[in-house]
Ligand binder design. Structure first.
Ligand SMILES: *Cc1c(COP(=O)(O)O)cnc(C)c1O
Length: 422
C-alpha cells in the first residue's frame, strides 16, 4: 500500500504503519473480535470527511456546510436499517457512536437513571466490561448485577438468568457477549424481561455479521435496544451502531448527542456506509457461512486432538479453549502461539481459578482468516498447529518451524495483495 505523503513528511509513523501492515499479512489473526476491512472502507476512513463538524442529525445540524455529509449519513442509516430490518418491526438507527462502548453508554443514558439496576453476563463468563463491570462507567453509575453460565453445560441457562432477574429486579437486562460460542435466545430473554418489567438490550457486537446474514437469530422484534460494533464480524470500520424500536429512538439520539458525544466522525460514518453496502451483497452471506464452517471445523479438530472447549464446541465464529485442567495458562498459551505466528488472546473461563491477568482460556475466532480466503482444510491445519504449540510451549525449534509454515500459509492468502508486492 502506498502512503506517499506520510512517507515523505513523517518517516517514523510511516515505518510503524508499514510494520503493522506486514504483521497483519504475515501472522495468522485468530482474535475473534478482529477482521480486515476492504480497501474501499479504508479509503472512506482516510478521506477529507474527517475535516467536517456535523453535530446533530441530517438536516438538523448545528453547523453549516453539511449538505454532503448529510447524504452520506443517510446512506449509512438506510443501509443499516435494510441489513437489520425484520418483518413487522419498525426500527430506527443511529450510526454515530464512535465505538461499541459509546453505543452502550448512550443506551444506558437513554434508558436509565443513575443508580438503576442493570443485569448482564458476568465478565469472567464471557460478558463485556460495559455490561456493568466496576471499572467501567456502567458499573459505577448503575447498580450492576450479573448472571453466569451454567457450571455443567458452559451455556447461558435461562432459569439462572430468571432467578437472578427475580432477585435483583433490573430496569434493563443486557444480553450479548464477547466470548460466548453459542446461540443467544433473545425471545427467552424477552420473556424474563417482561416478567420483571425490564427493558432488554442486545449487544450483538461480536455476532452482527452473522445476524444480518441469517446465521444467528435476530434480536428483533424481541429487544427494545440493540447495539453493535461495526468492525468485528460485520467487517466495517472501527465504530458503533445503535438500533431501537422506533418509539425509543428520540431518547437514543439525544443520548448519543449531546448526551455522550460531540461531533460525529463523518469519515467513519462514510466507511460504515461502504461496509453496510458490502454486507448487503450476496457474497457477504457466503463469507458469513464460511466463517461458521471454519469455526466448526477448527473446533472439531481441536476436540479430536484432546482439547477441551467451553460448552463443548461452537455455533458461531469463536471458541474458547479451556486450559483449566492443564499446566499451561492462557497467558503462557497466548505467548507461545504468538511465537509461532498465531495471534490469539487469553480469556477467562467459567469457574476461573487463575487471575484475570493469567487466565485458563484462549479465545479463537475465524472471521479474519476467512476474510483472507482460508477454508475448512486450513482451519483444520491451524487447529493442529494450535494443539502442537499448546502441548509443547517450550519447544522453540517447533515453534519456529510452525511460524515458518504459518507465514507460508499466510503468503498464499494475501490480505491486501498490492501491499504484499511492495
Ligand atoms: C467489542 C465489544 C464491545 C466494545 O466495542 P469497542 O468498539 O471496543 O468499544 C462492546 N460489547 C461487546 C459485547 C463487545 O464484544
Amino acid at each position: 500500500m502506498n502512503f506517499p505523503h506520510i512517507q515523505s513528511t513523517d518517516p517514523a509513523v510511516f515505518a510503524s504503519i508499514q510494520n503493522e501492515i506486514r504483521r497483519q499479512q504475515d501472522d495468522l489473526e485468530l482474535i475473534a473480535s478482529e477482521n480486515y476491512t476492504s480497501r474501499a472502507v479504508m479509503e472512506a476512513m482516510g478521506s477529507a470527511l474527517t475535516n467536517k463538524y456535523a453535530e446533530g442529525l441530517p438536516k438538523r445540524r448545528y453547523y453549516g456546510g453539511c449538505e454532503h455529509v448529510d447524504v452520506v449519513e443517510n446512506i449509512a442509516r438506510k443501509r443499516a436499517r435494510q441489513l437489520f430490518m425484520v418483518e413487522g418491526c419498525d426500527i430506527g438507527v443511529n450510526v454515530q457512536p464512535h465505538a461499541g462502548a459509546q453505543a452502550n453508554s448512550a443506551v444506558y443514558l437513554a434508558a436509565l437513571e443513575a443508580g438503576d439496576t442493570i443485569l448482564g453476563l458476568d465478565l469472567s463468563h464471557g460478558g463485556h466490561l460495559t455490561h456493568g463491570s466496576p471499572v467501567n462507567s456502567s458499573g459505577k453509575l448503575y447498580s450492576a448485577s450479573h448472571y453466569q453460565l451454567s457450571p455443567t453445560t458452559g451455556r447461558i441457562d435461562m432459569d439462572m438468568v430468571r432467578q437472578q432477574a427475580l432477585k435483583t429486579r433490573p430496569k434493563l437486562i443486557v444480553c450479548g457477549a464477547s466470548a460466548y460460542p453459542r446461540i443467544i435466545d433473545f425471545a427467552a430473554f424477552r420473556s424474563v424481561a417482561d416478567e420483571v418489567g425490564a427493558l432488554l438490550l442486545a449487544d450483538i457486537a461480536h455476532i452482527a455479521g452473522l445476524v444480518v446474514t441469517g446465521h444467528h437469530p435476530s434480536p428483533f422484534p424481541h429487544c427494545h435496544y440493540v447495539t453493535t460494533t461495526t468492525h468485528k464480524t460485520l467487517r466495517g470500520p472501527r465504530g458503533g451502531l445503535i438500533m431501537a424500536q422506533r418509539a425509543l429512538m428520540k431518547g437514543v439520539n439525544g443520548a448519543v448527542f449531546p448526551g455522550t458525544q460531540g461531533g460525529p466522525l463523518m469519515h467513519v460514518i462514510a466507511a460504515k456506509a461502504v461496509a453496510f453496502g458490502e454486507a448487503l451483497q450476496p457474497s457477504f452471506t457466503d463469507y458469513s457461512a464460511a466463517v461458521i464452517e471454519n469455526a466448526s471445523a477448527m473446533a472439531e479438530r481441536l476436540m479430536e486432538r484432546g482439547m477441551s472447549l467451553v460448552s463443548g464446541g461452537t455455533d458461531n465464529h469463536l471458541m474458547l479453549i479451556d486450559l483449566s485442567e492443564r499446566d499451561i495458562s492462557g497467558k503462557e498459551g497466548e505467548a507461545a502461539l504468538g511465537r509461532a505466528g498465531i495471534t490469539t488472546n487469553k480469556n477467562t473461563v467459567p469457574g476461573e481459578k487463575r487471575s484475570p491477568f493469567v487466565t485458563s482460556g484462549i479465545r479463537v475466532g475465524t472471521p479474519a482468516m476467512t476474510t483472507r480466503g482460508m477454508g475448512v482444510s486450513e482451519s483444520k491445519q491451524v487447529a493442529d498447529y494450535i494443539v502442537d504449540v499448546l502441548e509443547n510451549p517450550a519447544d522453540e525449534s517447533l515453534l519456529a518451524r510452525i511460524k515458518g509454515e504459518i507465514h507460508a500459509l499466510c503468503g498464499r492468502h494475501p490480505v491486501y495483495p498490492e501491499a504484499a508486492q511492495r
